[in-house]
Design a protein around this ligand. Sequence first.
Ligand SMILES: *Cc1c(COP(=O)(O)O)cnc(C)c1O
Length: 350
Amino acid sequence: MTTPGLLAKYRPLLDLPAHTADISLHEGGTPLIPMPRLAAHLGGGFDLYVKFEGLNPTGSFKDRGMTAAISEAAGRGVRAVICASTGNTAASAAAYAARAGLKAIVLIPQGKVAVGKLAGAVAYGAQVVQVDGSFDDALGLVVQVSETRPIALVNSINPYRLEGQKTAAFEIIETLGKAPHRLCLPVGNAGNISANWLGFTQMHARAGTGLPRLLGVQAAGAAPLVLGHPVDRPETVATAIRIGRPARGEQALAAAEESGGRIVAASDDDILAMQTLLAAEGVWVEPASAAGLAGLKNEIAAGLDVQGETIVAVCTGHGLKDPDAITRRMPAPQVVAADLPALEGLLAGG
Ligand SMILES: *Cc1c(COP(=O)(O)O)cnc(C)c1O
């Protein structure tokens, strides 16, 4: 028996129009992986889990929102969808549009999209357009195009994206039996932190499952919600959150505050160091996905008391999406002659 997709499983909990189809790649159901060594490294005394969203069909959490947004668009009879993307939205929109038999047009900031994401969008047959500008510029363009043409916008301004992305919270509650004390996650356009909060509050209202404090983490070079103003030239190695004008910024700030949590920034060095720590425990995520835990590490170092807590970190995308982030800074593998003495010599040397 196949696992159900997210709409098949959660439709009654999602606010979707009656015309919504069910376009699925059997997304969701991602594991909650205990990380005891990382927890000890961060000071110990709490339980830490990674919700590994890189294990969705196109390698990021975007698939949760995309199954909902594309299903709605397809059910409405739209023939084409469009989005601006730092990469993962493009790959996901392309895949779900292909599944639905729709045309996908994706706008990406030129030269700023990780190779695994660009390749995905191309592989799934999307029309990929590089914009000589930022993600924010590209988003402005697709919003205007979708207002004048019969093309559905599938960025997280689209409310159905958030409906789909609520399911991550539902799954975490199902696995733990209740909400964690704290949820940390990266923040870019701020749709995901907003969607998770919707999911946790909805389930708490229905079943008293509790509410997590939110720790949203932006990259220091792209931290408009921390600085309190837009960033015109966002810059960070974490390309998935390289966004200077988050579309859901107000909603995200309100969610963090309502939860008793906050939104902070982490440096690129902190983010890459956390990517290495996660990989050292067997979980390879793309740089942006390490931001949530990088922020948690800084908060704990600055005195945040998490003793006795259960903490979930949403690791949003797979490391395979951005292999350059590793190969750029790690030494190339050693080369050895194809004989045993040479190999023995190399192993003896360290
Ligand atoms: C899209 C994305 C984010 C940011 O999510 P927002 O909803 O834009 O805040 C973080 N990490 C990865 C891997 C992403 O693809």
